[in-house]
Ligand binder design. Structure first.
Ligand code: PNS
Length: 166
């Protein structure tokens, strides 16, 4: 990559569902990249009981960011670094909410560095009010009938309620 080339970043994750915390990180990502690909992984390191299919998550992220053409949601299968290389993304963005995230994030960043040394992982920090928000907690609270309206955007809230028949 030459310095004058546009910076393409990949923000990978499960996004099941995309939360306000994710949105915060994506918008921050645009401060360091010209374009940010939000990569919805078909294979996550954490096995979880999911809510939405990869295609549904991509469609939700597209709806949430319909005002911003520099944000490109895409699903991917297989290794993150292979997808990043295919997309010309040399920057991998991850959010760090708390110290407890760090061990897992460091391990992934170092593994990705071994697999493809040309990519750099950078960590961005969400606003304090988003720092406790996670997709897994949103899923759990919503499944148990709790109000998640302040943790996700309106289109995501509608989709969560519909999916859960609420
Ligand atoms: O939102 P998550 O579940 O914490 O995101 C984890 C994710 C999807 C970024 C990670 O599991 C991943 O990169 N999956 C793709 C497969 C892969 O490359 N695995 C090796 C990671 S070092």
């Amino acid at each position: 990559m030459r310095r004058s080339d546009p910076v393409v970043a990949l923000y990978p994750g499960s996004f099941d569902p995309p939360t306000r915390g994710h949105e915060d990180i994506v918008r921050r990502g645009l401060r360091v990249a010209d374009r940010i690909i939000v990569g919805v992984a078909g294979t996550s390191t954490h096995a979880k009981k999911g809510l939405f299919t990869v295609d549904e998550r991509v469609a939700l992220i597209r709806e949430v960011f319909c005002d911003e053409e520099r944000i490109v949601p895409l699903g991917f299968q297989g290794l993150l670094v292979d997808f990043a290389r295919d997309q010309g993304a040399t920057l991998i963005v991850r959010g760090l909410r708390a110290v407890s995230d760090f061990e897992y994030e460091l391990q992934m960043a170092q593994m990705n560095q071994e697999l493809w040394p040309e990519a750099e992982t950078i960590f961005l920090v969400p606003e304090v009010r988003n720092s406790f928000v996670s997709s897994s907690l949103v899923r759990e609270v919503a499944r148990l009938g709790g109000d998640v309206s302040s943790f996700v955007s309106p289109p995501v809230l509608t989709a969560v309620r519909k999916k859960l028949g609420a």
